[in-house]
Design a protein around this ligand. Structure first.
Ligand SMILES: *[C@@H]1O[C@H](CO)[C@@H](O)[C@H](O)[C@H]1NC(C)=O
Ligand SMILES: *[C@@H]1O[C@H](CO)[C@@H](O)[C@H](O)[C@H]1NC(C)=O
Ligand SMILES: *[C@@H]1O[C@H](CO)[C@@H](O)[C@H](O)[C@H]1NC(C)=O
Ligand SMILES: *[C@@H]1O[C@H](CO)[C@@H](O)[C@H](O)[C@H]1NC(C)=O
Ligand SMILES: *[C@@H]1O[C@H](CO)[C@@H](O)[C@H](O)[C@H]1NC(C)=O
Ligand SMILES: *[C@@H]1O[C@H](CO)[C@@H](O)[C@H](O)[C@H]1NC(C)=O
Ligand SMILES: *[C@@H]1O[C@H](CO)[C@@H](O)[C@H](O)[C@H]1NC(C)=O
Length: 783
């Protein structure tokens, strides 16, 4: 029996693997071409495992190699080498000729491979290309004109090569281009005006080239969030830009104008570096208090003006460098007293400030210096900002765009990306279309792990919304969108432009605070994102016309229309009921959600008072915790109102902290009980009684156990799996909090139950009793 069980299990596995191979296997001509690529690249380490027996479509991805196939065609090829020198005897023509034999390629990353030579025009035969990153090679010459036929191109990264020549007007043919990065090349000449027509552009990075002349008018690039023009010879006028910028870097160019006043209305601006130019005229102290600013470098210009001690600045500002200008007066106190920001660095040497610690010039220097430079006539007056509704980027403002996310994915998620692509070949692109990234990512690697978490949520990045978007999503708060109202305000259902369903909570502000005062809370909310949580998507401030204090905050969450877990288990309900496997899966999801609330954010959220009605299931039956209070947001109220009556939840914020996580374990135990029994538990007494029943049946025999469980799963659950679930359930429900298991322990057991059950399901021979296959306990992987 045991042996038969074993061998049939094995057979099944083999069959699965074979059929998998069959459907994914590349034609041998394609495999040949991949081996040619390996040879042409002179056998880089990343491809060291490739040989003529390799099944290219089903090898694991890692940080240096990803091959993704769809129906026998390669759609993604990422090879990341370590080569710092050009390949010898390399023929880029032969290489690209082979490459274009994979016409389904959408994503192509060839980094640090020593690829050398001018880019041949026939690269354009890869007409499906959406994302290209060929940075850190030795490609020279100009960008071939033919590339303009790649109309699906969303991301083009040519950083760290030796490209030269002028950019021609081929830009106009990339309606979808969101990220163009040409850093560290030798491009020269003017930037063509057609750049101004790349309406989808979010990142434009031309750092360290030989561009010169005026920057074309970019004010119509409404999506532009990162503009990096540093280390070129652009100038002399400050560029015309849209006010949604998050990062603006003009460092080390030939700008000689004044700074336009509208810069102080760039509410999302986090990083401003205009250092090492010859900007003249008054410095606008308002830049110090921009709501999102964290990095301000205006050093090495000829900016004038008087600073006062009583000037205000954004408390989040990390770096201020105003050194080597012609500033007088005294350093604002808010910069000196490192209030709440011990890591702030403030540089102000070589000005004419009073009482300085850092080296200053004598007063006359600043006066004569100011006269010594000719001030260019300022451009025509900007239009006043008429809207008072400010959408303020927190985590960095969202930079949407496929491209960005995908590139980040390349770095951190190769493995996931691969399996995903297999299932949804075309969705990988569209799924992330609304996603974003934060500009901090560019400068701060710490955020990558954060993003990894976000990436796993599979949701668009947290961002600020405009009031227009909220109005559009709810059809101007139409009554049909209304969901419910509680003491904190109303809740609306809505649909974003990209089709995403959202729930919008409106929180009325009783006290008048500025947006600044809310940033801390908003930042906490922005972290509430997890696969097993109704996740935060963003927020929007509505400000008063009089004093621009915040009157309402809209918090935008994902909306899950598939009903609560309760409706999927209780007997008598018309809907399809969950199978045993699905129940274990849901339990794992809920446990992971709890684990995230406890340990995934700081401060952790405890005493969630979770009920089965608070767990929602999405269309894939992924469990999502919908109702959780946030202690730190007590002034904003409950974040999300589940489908239950709500409002009654009390967050036991300051109660005995010792076993604060264990009350959630108890609540989880009750849900587990409900999943096993297929009935809802109304009271704590009931929970106790049914716990005793489970306990007794654990000690009894298989048949006795099956009698207590939900009728619909009786036949389909394996005893060992059932027993494991019952045991962990009983342990969660013990009276003494300290005796309850940790959430990690719970997860471990649930995964074990799932694994046992999975293995058994595949084994049709042993439908009775337990297979004695020596299953190893699962290794836990935490998200
Ligand atoms: C990645 O995988 C390939 C083939 O599977 C292997 O040759 C290569 O050494 C791996 N690289 C790393 C960094 O693990
Ligand atoms: C795969 O490629 C072949 C030709 O190269 C093409 O006919 C077929 O449509 C492609 N399949 C998909 C799913 O793109
Ligand atoms: C490079 O090409 C030359 C002649 O074309 C040949 O002699 C040499 O062996 C080649 N080197 C490599 C590494 O293939
Ligand atoms: C590439 O495209 C050109 C013209 O568009 C065509 O003549 C050529 O045959 C194509 N090459 C391949 C390998 O498909
Ligand atoms: C291009 O790919 C390399 C290797 O994955 C990565 O390090 C780099 O950040 C990518 N470029 C951009 C602009 O994302
Ligand atoms: C500001 O910019 C200057 C010149 O570009 C640079 O040398 C300096 O290090 C920057 N300051 C900070 C604090 O990064
Ligand atoms: C700041 O101080 C200056 C003089 O020290 C004074 O003229 C100005 O009114 C003050 N501004 C505010 C906002 O208090």
């Amino acid at each position: 029996m045991t042996n038969r069980g074993h061998s049939s299990l094995l057979l099944l596995l083999v069959t699965i693997i074979l059929s998998f191979h069959y459907s994914e296997e590349l034609q041998s001509s394609k495999s040949q071409n991949l081996l040619r690529i390996q040879r042409l690249l002179n056998f880089p380490a990343a491809l060291s495992s490739w040989n003529k027996n390799t099944d290219f479509c089903s090898t694991d991805s890692n940080s240096s190699l990803t091959v993704v196939c769809y129906e026998g065609n390669i759609t993604q090829l990422n090879i990341i080498g370590e080569r710092r020198t050009p390949l010898k005897n390399f023929s880029i023509n032969s290489f690209v000729t082979i490459l274009v034999r994979f016409p389904s390629l959408k994503v192509l990353t060839l980094v640090s491979l020593g690829i050398c030579g001018p880019l041949p025009g026939n690269i354009a035969n890869l007409s499906s290309l959406e994302i290209v990153n060929v940075s850190s090679n030795f490609i020279y010459g100009s960008i071939p004109q033919e590339i303009s036929s790649l109309s699906n191109l969303q991301t083009l990264i040519l950083d760290n090569n030796m490209f030269a020549g002028q950019l021609l007007n081929w830009f106009v043919s990339f309606p979808a281009l969101t990220w163009l990065s040409l850093k560290n090349n030798m491009f020269n000449g003017f930037l063509p005006n057609s750049v101004g027509s790349l309406v989808s552009l979010r990142v434009l990075s031309l750092s360290n080239n030989h561009f010169n002349g005026a920057v074309p008018d970019l004010s119509s690039l409404k999506n532009l969030q990162v503009l990096e023009l540093d280390d070129n010879a652009f100038g002399p006028q400050f560029p015309r830009l849209g006010n949604k910028l998050v990062a603006l870097v003009l460092r080390n160019n030939r700008f000689r104008s004044g700074i336009p006043a509208e810069l102080s209305s760039y509410y999302q601006l986090e990083k401003l570096d205009i250092s090492s130019n010859t900007f003249v005229g008054p410095f606008q102290p308002a830049l110090l208090s921009l709501p999102s600013i964290t990095y301000l470098n205006i050093s090495r210009n000829k900016l004038t003006g008087m600073l006062f001690e009583n000037m205000s600045c954004n408390s989040d500002i990390d770096v201020v460098d105003i050194s080597s200008n012609l500033l007088t007066g005294s350093l604002p106190r808010c910069l000196v007293s490192n209030s709440g920001n011990s890591e702030r660095s403030v540089l102000y040497a070589r000005n004419c400030l009073e009482k300085p610690n850092q080296n200053q010039q004598p007063q006359p220097f600043c006066r004569t210096g100011a006269f010594a430079v000719g001030i260019l006539p300022d451009r025509k007056k900007h239009t006043q900002v008429s809207k008072v509704v400010l959408s303020i980027g927190i985590v960095g403002g969202a930079l949407g765009g496929v491209a960005l996310v995908l590139l980040i994915l390349f770095i951190i998620r190769r493995k996931n990306a691969k399996s995903k692509m297999k299932n949804h070949p075309t969705r990988l692109i569209s799924e992330n279309a609304a996603s974003g990234y934060t500009s901090k990512l560019l400068s701060d690697a710490r955020y990558i792990s954060q993003t990894k978490k976000l990436g796993e949520v599979g949701l668009p990045t947290y961002r600020s919304f405009s009031l227009e978007e909220i109005n559009a999503a709810t059809n101007n708060f139409d009554i049909a969108s209304f969901m419910c109202e509680d003491s904190y305000g109303q809740m609306y259902r809505g649909q974003l432009k990209n089709g995403l369903l959202v729930a919008i909570r409106c929180v009325e502000m009783k006290k008048s605070y500025s947006t600044q005062n809310h940033m801390h809370n908003i930042e906490l909310i922005s972290k509430l994102r997890h696969r097993h949580l109704i996740s935060a998507l963003g927020h929007c401030f509505e400000c008063s016309l009089d004093d621009s204090s915040v009157t309402r905050i809209f918090l935008i969450f994902e909306y899950i229309p598939n009903g609560t877990l309760k409706s999927w288990i209780s007997d008598g309900h018309a809907r399809k009921l969950l199978s045993w496997n699905q129940r274990i899966g849901v339990a794992i999801g809920v446990a992971k959600g709890i684990q995230f609330l406890h340990t995934g954010i700081v401060p952790g959220v405890f005493s969630i008072n979770l009920k089965i009605e608070d767990v929602l299931l999405d269309q894939n039956l992924t469990a999502k915790i919908s109702s959780y209070n946030l202690p730190s947001l007590s002034n904003m109220g409950k974040v999300w109102h589940g489908s239950s009556s709500g409002g009654s939840k009390n967050s036991n914020i300051n109660k005995s902290v010792k076993h604060e996580d264990k009350s959630d374990i108890h609540d989880f135990g009750v849900i587990l009980l409900e999943l096993i029994l297929g009935r809802t538990i109304k009271s704590r007494n009931d929970a106790g009684a049914f716990k005793d029943l489970l306990q007794a049946s654990i000690l009894a025999d298989d048949e006795a156990r099956r009698r207590v469980v939900d009728r619909v799963i009786r036949k389909a659950c394996l005893d060992q799996s059932l027993k494991t679930m019952m045991e962990i359930c009983v342990r969660c429900l013990v009276k003494e909090p300290q005796d309850r298991p940790s959430i990690e322990d719970v997860l471990w057991n649930l995964q074990f139950a799932a694994q046992v059950q999975d293995a058994w399901r595949g084994d049709s021979q042993s439908s009775e009793g337990s297979p004695s296959s020596p299953l190893q306990p699962p290794r836990l992987t935490f998200d």
